[in-house]
Design a protein. Sequence first.
Length: 168
Amino acid sequence: MDARLSLFTLLSAAVLVFWAVGAYNRLVGLRSELLRAIAAVDAQFHARQAVLGQWAEGLAGRADAQALAALQAACRQAETACAHARARPARSGTVVSLRLAEEILGQARAALRPSGDPLSAELAEADTALAFARRQFNESAQVYNRAVSQFPTWVIAGLFGFRKAGTL
């Protein structure tokens, strides 16, 4: 009887260890997917920022100087927030900061809507590509967040510092 109990205990421990390793590897894989998704957001963000910079240069002298300065400040703020999000995409705070910086940038852009600008179409394309990358990141973050919060995986997540990610 004692041998059976030992064998059962050993098998139970082995199953638990294999499950823990599998859960940890799944979380690592999902976090890696977040890194790939934020890299796509970062690439599209920088492409859009380049077009936005050209757009702002084209508006110099034709637009309200104060509104143009607000746009440039919002661009710098968004670039800083993007760098932080790229460095730590699984941290909710960095991604939320990027989302807020993007909202501020959108408000600054709205104050400078010239009609008939040749770069408007290119800027709209860049916005669309960035929105697609943002949706991909959000989907990855939702899958990751579900895994982090599922029982019993949340035990492994808590032990190894996996936290819920924010969405854009």
